[in-house]
Design a protein around this ligand. Structure first.
Ligand code: PLP
Length: 378
């Protein structure tokens, strides 16, 4: 089960509490007004801190661009995809032949499992991490080595390289910052991994949350290496999860392998909104700072009450709730705050998406009611 989709059990539970439809976003928000980048759309229903979505949605310029292009959506508008690819490549300083667009980054992740893992070519992932690649590879008969994160939440690159040699890995997955922890793996560790991994092991670095952090990207290295694939998505900081746009950056041979499973034109609304987002000056810095400030205040509030969080640089964090994580998540949902789940390796630690200040105030109120922690702010 992909970790960002509700399980049937969760859905039924939410249905039982009357949260199901609005809780997973099936009921659209009533307000579609173009807001400033920092003003969230008017919220209705429960507080959603479960899928690492942006509470702010697409930037106002991106919303306007998506609306404006609907009239032209009788056509595929392939040239628009080319324009977006070129702008992205120029901003990242890489060749346009190193960039391929997809409807979200789930698509190249799934394709990576299919083309680079098999019964004889294993996969190495961290534990905990974003599970969709590992789940798909395992379902297709690949050996999956799950390597626990280090105590500070980094990928244990030395243990991952050992595992890659042991299972003859075709692919190694490194998510930076990591989902669900939001923790980072230092640049020097990634450099060490790339220098020491087995020759036959390709490395996929998932940078879905990189824009929230101060970490450097490894994307420029796709100009020199043919064994590195870097993924980006417009679903997180750009707030376009429902519009679907992602990027794979790699050597042209690797992009051809990903493309070997067939083509699929992109939604023109996503292309228009994506281009407008890339061209919006200050958007990344503004949203990064906004997210960091709300996250730090929440983590500090929890820390003062004795609840430990894994250090995060993303729009999510994990908190040790010192009790069964599944029961805690259910209790929060009953109070109208839908948070993420726990991972099997850490059953008492739950993932929380960083929402708006108002949403995190609701989080604190529900958290305090369940744990008995003092509610006073600060
Ligand atoms: N990679 C990571 C680390 C994620 O957390 C997610 C979604 O939550 C994805 C990829 C896939 O997102 P999308 O398909 O919306 O780009």
């Amino acid at each position: 089960m992909s970790s960002h989709l509700p399980s049937r059990r969760t859905f039924l539970h939410l249905a039982g509490t009357g949260l199901a439809l609005s809780g997973i976003g099936l009921v659209p928000a009533t307000s579609t007004a173009v807001a400033s980048p920092s003003a969230p759309p008017r919220a209705t229903g429960p507080v959603l801190l479960n899928f690492n979505e942006s509470p702010y949605g697409p930037a106002p310029a991106a919303q306007a661009a998506a609306r404006a292009i609907v009239a032209d959506s009788g056509r595929y508008l392939f040239a628009l995809a080319g324009e977006l690819r070129d702008v992205f490549a120029a901003q990242e300083g890489i060749g346009t032949d190193r960039v391929r667009l997809f409807p979200g980054s789930s698509e190249p992740l799934n394709r990576a499992a299919v083309v680079w893992t098999s019964a004889t070519a294993g996969l190495v992932v961290a534990d905990p991490t974003f599970e969709s690649l590992g789940d798909l590879a395992a379902a297709r008969g690949a050996t999956v080595a799950r390597v626990p994160l280090t105590a500070d939440g980094a990928h244990d690159v030395r243990a991952m390289v050992d595992a890659a040699a042991r299972i003859n890995a075709g692919l190694l997955y490194l998510c930076n910052p990591n989902n669900p922890t939001g923790s980072i793996t230092p640049d020097a560790d990634i450099a060490w991994l790339l220098a020491h991994k087995p020759a036959q092991t390709r490395v996929l670095v998932d940078e879905a949350y990189l824009q929230f952090s101060a970490q450097p990207s490894v994307i420029a290295q796709v100009m020199q290496r043919d064994d590195l694939i870097v993924l980006r998505t417009f679903s997180k900081l750009y707030g376009m999860a429902g519009l679907r746009l992602g990027v794979a950056a790699a050597h042209p041979d690797r992009l051809r392998e990903l493309a070997s499973l067939g083509d699929n034109p992109l939604p023109v609304t996503a292309l228009a909104a994506g281009l407008a987002s890339l061209r919006e000056p200050g958007l990344v810095a503004q949203r990064r700072e906004q997210n960091a400030s709300v996250r730090q205040a929440t983590v500090e509030w929890l820390r003062k009450r004795g609840f430990r969080c894994v250090p995060s640089e993303a729009n999510c964090f994990m908190v040790d709730v010192q009790r069964d994580g599944a029961a805690f998540t259910a209790a929060m949902a009953e109070r109208g705050v839908v948070i993420g789940r726990s991972w099997p390796i850490w059953p008492k630690v739950v993932r929380v998406t960083v929402g708006t200040e108002a949403e995190m105030a609701a989080f604190r109120t529900a958290f305090a009611a369940i744990t008995g922690a003092p509610t006073a702010q600060g």
